[in-house]
Design a protein around this ligand. Structure first.
Ligand SMILES: C[S@@+](CC[C@H](N)C(=O)[O-])C[C@H]1O[C@@H](n2cnc3c(N)ncnc32)[C@H](O)[C@@H]1O
Length: 359
């Protein structure tokens, strides 16, 4: 299987789960794509787009009807393409890898992706391939509509040997929908703060460099070392017997970690990395980031009602927000106090597009 490709079975489950989540902002998102198409696409039949990492075909299927050109979906995982083909038998689908695109140089007007470049571990090679197949003056775009891939971000930190801690992705619908990652906590220690942090937890730079994996847990070693020293023990395993009395060491470590750490959002992290890599490859002046906001007001869809019967979007004091009720009782209450919003939805999709031109 191609490097980075999602596994077939779990991958399908993940993508289907994404679709149920996306159902909440699907129409607002489609408005975004419609506006993007109006700004950047020509509407001519000869326009060619290559979409990379197309999965089950979500981007192509939600793109503006005003697009008249040729849209090719490239995907590494054959099983995903089989489903995409069933959904849209007219789709132009190609199995292949971003690292070795099966197309000659200067082929496409546009190369794009939706939440796909964040899963590529070698972003530089990927974008060089994109540049190769783009026509002169053609452009690349990328959109992230969910939290960016956490594993790739964690790998980056490990490679740079930066202390990193994460509670991993939450399944919380609201945190994903609101795009705020509110319950997804990722922290790292900025490079300039690493030496003083290490001193505080009693570890030297050499000791840290000798560690294979650097995550938020790595400081436990230092703590365990100091416990062993105090208790004159040599053989204590790192994690094996963290006893109750040692909890205070652990909490000391985390308090210190939080004091030194900076919180990050996976989307921001990835978008910055993407922009920097694009600037290196396509040139600084040819790369930009834009935000487009799409909105939709109307009835809740059948899926919205079925899957998450107690979740709605609403507007309060001019602030658009969303609201979920975990059980029927609360929902009944909401329905009683705000009857006009029942059955109604105000979808909003805020999307950062990163764009780079090949000049
Ligand atoms: C997060 S999913 C996004 C799928 C789809 N764009 C969507 O938003 O629903 C990332 C996709 O990239 C594909 N992928 C991973 N590695 C790839 C590679 N080397 N070349 C092409 N596609 C790849 C995965 O199989 C997966 O379908």
């Amino acid at each position: 299987m191609v490097k980075d490709a999602w596994p077939a079975k779990e991958g399908i489950e993940k993508l289907e789960e994404l679709e149920t989540i996306r159902a909440f902002t699907k129409r607002a998102f489609a408005n975004n794509l419609h506006r993007f198409n109006a700004i950047y696409c020509t509407g001519k039949e000869e326009e060619t787009v290559l979409e990379i990492g197309s999965g089950l075909g979500y981007l192509a299927n939600n793109w503006s009807a005003n697009f008249k050109g040729k849209w090719i979906q490239l995907e590494a995982q054959e099983k995903f393409l089989e489903i995409a083909k069933k959904r849209d038998p007219t789709g132009l689908l190609v199995q292949g890898s971003i690292y070795e695109l099966p197309f000659p140089d200067n082929t496409f007007d546009i190369v794009g992706g939706l939440s796909s470049f964040d899963v590529f571990s070698n972003l530089e090679t990927a974008l060089n391939e994109v540049k190769r197949v783009l026509k002169p003056n053609g452009f690349f775009f990328h959109v992230l509509d969910m939290g960016a891939d956490y594993e790739i971000m964690a790998k980056d930190f490990r490679k740079k040997r930066i202390p990193f801690y994460s509670t991993r992705k939450t399944d919380s619908l609201l945190s994903i929908l609101s795009g705020s990652n509110q319950e997804v906590e990722h922290y790292y220690i900025p490079t300039e703060r690493i030496p003083s942090f290490l001193t505080r937890i009693g570890m030297t730079q050499e000791e840290m460099d000798a560690k294979e994996i650097i995550t938020g847990d790595f400081g436990f070693d230092a703590l365990i070392k100091s416990i062993n020293k105090k208790e004159k023990r040599k053989d204590r395993n790192e994690f094996e017997d963290i006893e109750f009395k040692n909890i205070r060491y652990i909490s000391t470590y985390f308090t210190l970690f939080q004091e030194y750490a900076k919180k990050i959002n996976t989307n921001d992290y990835f978008n910055d990395k993407l922009q920097r890599t694009l600037q290196n490859i396509f040139g600084e002046n040819n790369t930009k980031k834009e935000t487009i906001i799409g909105e939709f007001k109307g009835k809740r869809t059948k899926l919205q009602k079925e899957r998450y019967p107690y979740c709605i979007y609403y507007e309060k004091n001019g602030i658009k927000t969303n609201m979920a009720a975990s059980h029927k009782g609360i929902w009944d209450y909401i329905e009683t106090i705000i009857p006009r919003i029942f059955n109604q939805v105000h979808e909003k999709a805020i999307i950062d597009y990163t764009i780079a031109y090949k000049r």
